[in-house]
Design a protein around this ligand. Structure first.
Ligand code: NDP
Ligand code: VSD
Length: 337
């Protein structure tokens, strides 16, 4: 995907990569593809059996079967102490060196209408979606941004922290209120860190006496539907109206989402979408986020704003018409007859 002569901004060969949620769906697809590109990979999730399988599959896909290393850590990342343990354990496993790349993929969606979903489940979505990512980012950046002696500074390497969001952070869809706010919070965290990290990167350039060991780049991926075990699960509580509102989306396979995301990272992109409708959704909500390219993103944004002049009222009128036709839903989201 890289143009002739352009630099690979995300070369993972011999680098140590941590992937949360790396035992299933998109996270596992990312793990397998980075293994095939020569990375040493640690996958983190709760269920050991799925982690063991992921490690086996990564070994089979490795670019250099004899030298690459793989590892798994079982942890519930809603607990910040567990996130610190993960980074410490990876560092020990990695002969004392902190990881080069951390990709937050853990999370799942529990759709339902706002008042039908018990308030504790709304809070749990914030825990599994936002806090797994924020805890992981906190533990990671604390380990990365600690000032080190100049002799410990790396010459070329650049570290990458990657969040996995959803295009629902850009555009509201009825039935996703337990989930979308948590993803929108990740987007806001990502934008804030993208700016804040420049202080450290600046210090790395000019104050090597007391600066982090390397540059850090932040990225966020915004997938559309992904045909994962998590997706099959969310379909069980997803209201029929929600399925109708998102029918323009053709869900992608985990490996397709992983491939497109990795290519975008190799081009050095910041906010990453995985298909055209996803880009349109981003374009209408770029706000004050850094652009991947001024010209491309500005044109995209103009096009999106025109398209969404129609889409915004359409989503609301589809919802209104649904209520008029079907009446109130029963608690599981299916229309009462
Ligand atoms: N599927 C979709 O349609 C879309 C998904 N996304 C996002 O993409 C990411 C991947 O989704 P998907 O491919 O569906 O993933 P899956 O639901 O298939 O897998 C989720 C992964 O996260 C792990 N996980 C869940 N909770 C925790 C926790 N508390 N601590 C540690 N690990 C945890 C799971 O393992 P275990 O349960 O064993 O802990 C598993 O490895 C998620 O962030 C999701 O929100 C974005 C857009 C669309
Ligand atoms: C011509 C352009 C029209 C654009 C219309 C907008 C269509 C909305 C599509 C919503 C797709 C939602 C995908 C995210 C899924 C997700 O994150 C969940 N599956 C959670 O896991």
């Amino acid at each position: 995907m890289l143009g002739l002569g352009s630099r690979n901004e995300f070369n993972v060969e011999w680098q140590t990569v941590v992937i949360t949620g790396g035992s299933d769906g998109m996270g596992k697809a990312v793990a397998l593809q980075l293994s095939a590109k020569g990375a040493n990979v640690v996958v983190v999730a709760r269920t050991v059996s799925k982690l063991v399988t992921a490690v086996e599959e990564m070994k089979a896909k490795a670019a250099n079967k004899f030298k690459q290393r793989f590892h798994y850590i079982s942890a519930d990342l809603t607990d910040p102490v567990e996130c610190e343990r993960v980074i410490a354990e990876v560092t020990t496993w990695n002969s004392g060196a902190v990881p080069d790349v951390v990709w937050c993929c853990a999370g799942f969606s529990r759709p339902g209408f706002f008042i039908d979903v018990p308030i504790q489940e709304h809070r749990q979505q914030m825990d599994t979606v936002y806090w797994t990512a924020a805890n992981t980012a906190h533990a990671t950046l604390r380990s990365w941004l600690e000032p080190v002696h100049p002799s410990a500074q790396m010459k070329t390497s650049r570290r990458h922290l990657i969040f996995t969001c959803s295009t629902l952070a850009f555009v509201p869809i009825a039935g996703y209120s337990p989930y979308s706010p948590a993803k929108a919070a990740i987007r806001s965290l990502s934008d804030t860190l993208n700016q804040e990290i420049e202080m450290y990167n600046g210090a790395y350039q000019r104050h090597r006496g007391a600066a982090p060991a390397a540059d850090v780049k932040i990225h966020t991926v915004f997938p559309m539907g992904i045909l994962s075990p998590g997706f099959d699960n969310e379909e069980k509580t997803k209201p029929e109206l929600t399925k109708k509102l998102e029918e323009a989306d053709k869900p992608q396979t985990p490996s397709e989402v992983a491939k497109v995301s990795i290519s975008a990272l190799e081009r050095g992109e910041y906010l990453i979408t995985t298909n055209f409708i996803g880009s349109l959704m981003k374009g209408t909500a770029l706000g004050a986020s850094p652009r991947n390219g001024i010209v491309g993103d500005t044109l995209l944004s103009c096009l999106s704003h025109l398209v969404f002049l129609q889409v915004i009222p359409e989503l609301r009128s589809k919802t209104f018409t649904w209520g008029k036709k079907n009446g109130l839903p029963s608690a599981n989201g299916t229309p009462a007859s």
